[in-house]
Design a protein around this ligand. Sequence first.
Ligand code: FAD
Length: 206
Amino acid sequence: MLSSTNPTISNTADLYQLLYVSRITSIGLSGASTLNDIAKISVKNNKADNVTGILCYGNGYFFQYVEGSEQALTDLKNRILMDDRHKDMHTLEISALLKRRFTGWSLRSITLERWMLSDSRVKALMPFKPYNWDAKERRQFIDTLQGYYEEQKNIGDIDTQPIKYNVLGLTLSKVVGEHQAFFLIQTILGLLIILTLLWFMLSDKF
Ligand code: FAD
């Protein structure tokens, strides 16, 4: 059962919002297309449950905002909690809502994209570490996402998933880029060990 943190709104329409942050796990990172997989099942389920919202991924963190009935969000939260593709799920807000923000998006998933970084309000929140944000910063971020939604709505781009890349690819390029020397030395050492083992095995035969 969700408990409303905003008792000032009389919620006759049974509309609630759920906001949480979490961290991707090695299972999530190793999936060939984790973000696409999540987006696919989410759009299907959320459509059926009349849930709308947005999932943002960046820097190893998920930031999700969803809106729907109390029951739908309770069920969704329980499913998401069990998902081993992420961990440390920290609920930031569960409260009654008067009006949906993302009416046409069953779940839009986005990674931190260039358009976001060009927005000075978002840029001020970088690097993307949503665990550290205060309530004002969270609102600001959701407002920016909503602004993006309104823009997309005006050009008729509703409920399409723009992600064409996998999480591992994104993270690997970042990690490898930062630790090139380390990976090079590890690779050389690995090769030397394999060659030594081969030499021991074959030397008996000569
Ligand atoms: P499950 O038994 O959980 O799984 C059904 C299908 O999900 C599987 O066939 C498989 O394709 C996929 N799946 C589940 N776990 C894995 C895994 N470890 N690796 C690969 N594939 C897997 N679901 C929603 O319905 N709406 C959302 O808004 C939503 N947001 C999410 C946000 C995040 C950050 C994450 C990590 C997950 C989210 N999910 C969402 C997915 C959710 O956790 C459930 O997997 C999904 O709702 C299906 O639940 P289920 O109990 O019906 O089936």
